[in-house]
Structures are given as structure tokens and as C-alpha cells.
Design a binder for this molecule. Structure first.
Ligand SMILES: Cc1cc2nc3c(=O)[nH]c(=O)nc-3n(C[C@H](O)[C@H](O)[C@H](O)COP(=O)(O)OP(=O)(O)OC[C@H]3O[C@@H](n4cnc5c(N)ncnc54)[C@H](O)[C@@H]3O)c2cc1C
Length: 285
């Protein structure tokens, strides 16, 4: 199919992008890698009056060191994120999860910020950002603001960004000493979306689990934290038995969807199994 007609703006800076978006009004859409937006336009599921293409805004691209955090530009492609030395050193969970996103073609075009702004609950990066305690940097007519990950994902395909804001970067705290991580994804075929996936971070101390952080992919309309598991693990033995018992709480507080890939109770089962696997791998148990 052919998309409906739209005006096209190609700004060269963040300020120009914000101006173009504000000038275009409510029906404007930002274009990043186009891997989700272009199919939606072609099917006429969206018909924006203006498309603001961020492809020529160099400030939005790349990863930089900012002391206790790394800052990933929104237009950094999945491929660039995956191969970035700062990401690999300070946020290996992002590299591991990004490696499971789609196929090499999509990863060369799709962007880190585009995937997060799209906010598909089956997308892999939301749960990772949530578990890592990332902070989203947005720019709009009122200037810059920062949004903690737990406030960024509002509902299915809906974020805290307003229509005249763009996501410019994501700040990811560097993993401190003692932390290790693992992303466990379950999909029907290779290079496909998650049916369920689990992002786990574990801090071990003297044979115990001092702290754990767990993000769940596709267990509700937004990425979720498995808070009951995190509480059960605080101070628990770093043993397979303790991890298995805690992982039994993984589906608590979730509202898994039922679709052609699986019913809600199947996803709840997957959440428990994958949480156990992710924690064992993350903790080296
Ligand atoms: C075949 C296929 C398989 C895939 N498999 C997976 C998978 O396994 N796991 C996974 O996580 N993802 C998967 N994806 C999605 C992929 O990660 C996309 O890259 C991502 O969803 C969209 O990123 P994009 O840069 O292409 O954004 P676009 O398609 O350009 O934009 C997506 C949406 O986000 C908005 N947006 C984009 N950037 C910004 C910004 N900076 N500020 C404000 N709004 C913005 C756009 O307006 C649009 O609404 C798959 C995609 C395809 C085509």
C-alpha cells in the first residue's frame, strides 16, 4: 500500500527538530530508523500531516561517557549500540538484549531511541532500561527534561513524551562493582519478537544475593519490574534453591496478554522459568 500524503521536514539540529515538530502541530510524527513507523504509514494505520526525519541530526547519534553514566544518543542504531565499547563495558545487558533484536538488516536501520519511544511491550529494550534504572532525556519547546524509566512507559505504545517532544538520549548508570547481568528471551523462531523475556541484574556479596533487579518483557502493556522476586531475593542465599523459590513470584502483579503466540497463563509460566534462568546465569549460580 502507499502511505497517505504528508509534509516532510529534515532538521539538522535538536533545536530545529523541536521547532519543526512544534510548527507542524498535533498530527506530526518523528521518523527515526523507520522500522516500525514506515510499515504503519504504509498500512495507513497512521497518517501524520508532517514527518520530521531525525536522520541528519548528528547530536543524536553515538555513545559518550558521562562520569557515573553512559549516554546513548536516541538515533544510535542497534548495530552501533551492540558494538560500542562503552556499552559493552558498562551496560553489557544492553548489548546482550540488543543482539536479540530482529535481524542484522533491522539492527542497521532501527535505533535505540526509536525502539524505546515506540514502546511496544514485546520490544526487548524497555525491560532492560527499567532494570538498569535508565533516565530518558527529552527536548521540547520548554527545553530539556529527564524522565526516569519507571515513569517513561505509560501504556501500550504510549510513553510520557508529549507530541512536541523528541527523545534525545538515554542515560544509563554504569554497573557498579559486584553487579552482573543476563537477558533471557523466549521467542518462537530466531530473530523474532519476545513472547516473554527477562532482564536480570544481580549483586552478590559473601555467598548471598545482596540485591537483584528484574525487568519483564511482554508481561503487560508496558515493561514491568518483578518486584516480588526482587524482595524475595534481597539477602537470600546465592543458591539454585533460593533463586528457584524467589522466581515463583515472577508473574505477581503482571497482566500478560493472550494472543496467537500464547495465552496469559502460559506467559506466566514462562516468566517464572525465564526469571529463574536469567537469575542463575546473571549470578553465576
Ligand atoms: C522484522 C522486524 C523485527 C523486529 N524484531 C524486534 C525484536 O525482536 N525486538 C525488538 O525490541 N524490536 C524489534 N523490532 C523493532 C525494532 O527494534 C525497531 O527498530 C524499533 O521498534 C523502532 O525503531 P526505529 O528507529 O526504526 O523507529 P521508527 O520506526 O522510526 O519510529 C518508531 C516510533 O517511535 C517514534 N520515535 C522514534 N524516534 C523518536 C525520538 N527520538 N523521539 C520521539 N519519538 C520517536 C516514532 O515517531 C514512531 O512512532 C523489529 C522490527 C522489525 C521490522
Amino acid at each position: 500500500m502507499i502511505p497517505a500524503q504528508f509534509d516532510y521536514a529534515r532538521p539538522g539540529s535538536i533545536d530545529e527538530a523541536v521547532s519543526a515538530l512544534s510548527a507542524a502541530g498535533e498530527d506530526a510524527k518523528v521518523l527515526a530508523g523507520g522500522q516500525s513507523l514506515i510499515p504503519v504509514l504504509r498500512l495507513r494505520l497512521a497518517y501524520p500531516s508532517t514527518v520530521v526525519d531525525l536522520g541528519r541530526v548528528p547530536e543524536l547519534r553515538g555513545v559518550r561517557d558521562d562520569g557515573d553514566a553512559i549516554v546513548i544518543g536516541a538515533m544510535t542504531t542497534h548495530h552501533e549500540v551492540l558494538n560500542d565499547p562503552l556499552v559493552r563495558e558498562h551496560a553489557p545487558l544492553i548489548a546482550q538484549a540488543t543482539h536479540t533484536v530482529a535481524d542484522p538488516q533491522v539492527r542497521h536501520r532501527g535505533t535505540f531511541g526509536g525502539a524505546l519511544a515506540h514502546a511496544d511491550p514485546a520490544g526487548d529494550l524497555g525491560a532492560v532500561a527499567l532494570a538498569l534504572g535508565a533516565e530518558f532525556v527529552a527536548n521540547g519547546p520548554g527545553g530539556e527534561r529527564r524522565i526516569p524509566a519507571q515513569d517513561f512507559f505509560v501504556d501500550y505504545l504510549t510513553t510520557a513524551l508529549s507530541g512536541d517532544e523528541i527523545l534525545t538520549a538515554v542515560r544509563v548508570p554504569k554497573l557498579g562493582d559486584g553487579w552482573s547481568s543476563h537477558y533471557e528471551k523466549f521467542n518462537r523462531v530466531a530473530q523474532a519478537w519476545s513472547i516473554v523475556a527477562v532482564a536480570a541484574l544481580v549483586r552478590r556479596s559473601n555467598g548471598s544475593i545482596a540485591e537483584a533487579r528484574i525487568g519483564l518483557t511482554n508481561m503487560g502493556s508496558t515493561p514491568l519490574r518483578a518486584s516480588a522476586v526482587e524482595q524475595a531475593l534481597a539477602g537470600a542465599d546465592a543458591s539454585a534453591q533460593a533463586v528457584g523459590a524467589a522466581a515463583e513470584h515472577a508473574a505477581e502483579g503482571t497482566s500478560a496478554p493472550s494472543d496467537l503466540n500464547g495465552k496469559a497463563d502460559y506467559r506466566e509460566h514462562l516468566a517464572r522459568v525465564l526469571t529463574r534462568r536469567a537469575l542463575l546465569a546473571a549470578g553465576g549460580i
